[in-house]
Design a protein around this ligand. Structure first.
Ligand SMILES: *Cc1c(COP(=O)(O)O)cnc(C)c1O
Length: 231
């Protein structure tokens, strides 16, 4: 049964988060975003029923279709975590409660305009690149540009600066990458003390992220199973 599989994945991840918090000597206060990209809307219904509040998607069209297919109007919060194309921003502004992958000034302006036009206020994380300079295909602003981009977000009435997000390079040392993200997070909080969110950690590296101070983890596979495999 799909529901039993998801429930067991969810409790295993919650236990990993709890143990990582214990090891790090932190209170167990890490938010969980369940990443449902490639999985069906029926899984989102199950997650909502199991008490999950935050859902992550990385493509505009897929997220819209999934939302429309949900069985009931739910209280879920939807996060956009994928690379942002400018021509998709106004569509994303209609369904996303949070955009966690903002990495360019032109996207900040377009998203701010779209949100204000809809009378919405969208939560934003600045995605910081944790890759070597040679690799830029995963997105993210260079660490040195993060505070300027955060200032642009903070100046948009339709946007609410919540913090930073990063994806550890693979292969690579996640602890070292998350330490760099943590230092960017500290510079952002220096100027905007409420921008406390550090979103880091996926199925394979959530422990390293929590040890480095992540306040939000984004988990797909460890809860839902392998992507691209019919469940
Ligand atoms: C897919 C994805 C995740 C989840 O990855 P898993 O390894 O399946 O846990 C997290 N963050 C982002 C940005 C993603 O694209």
């Amino acid at each position: 049964m799909r529901r039993a599989q998801i429930a067991s994945g969810l409790s295993a991840v919650r236990e990993r988060v709890r143990l990582a918090c214990v090891s790090a000597g932190r209170p167990d206060e890490v938010d969980l975003v369940v990443v449902t990209k490639t999985f069906p809307a029926t899984d989102v219904d199950i997650l909502a029923d199991l008490g999950v509040s935050d859902i992550g998607e990385n493509r505009d069209q897929e997220a819209r279709a999934k939302r429309a297919a949900l069985s009931g109007e739910s209280l879920l919060r939807w996060h956009m975590l994928g690379q942002l194309q400018r021509n998709k921003v106004s569509s994303i502004a209609r369904w996303a409660d949070a955009v966690d992958s903002v990495d360019r000034a032109d996207v900040v302006a377009a998203l701010g305009r779209a949100a204000a036009g809809l009378g919405r206020r969208i939560d934003v994380l600045i995605q910081v690149s944790l890759d070597s300079a040679a690799r830029t295909d995963r997105g993210g602003v260079a660490a040195s540009g993060a505070v300027d981009l955060a200032a642009a977000v903070a100046a948009e009435p339709g946007l609410h600066l919540k913090g930073v997000m990063g994806v550890a390079p693979f292969p690579g040392d996640p602890a070292e990458a998350f330490a760099r993200l943590s230092s960017v997070s500290a510079s952002v909080r220096d100027r905007w003390p409420d921008a406390e969110c550090m979103s880091a950690g996926m199925s394979g590296d959530l422990e390293a992220a929590i040890a480095a101070g992540a306040t939000q983890v984004r988990i797909g596979g460890a809860i839902l199973g392998r992507r691209g495999v019919v469940q």
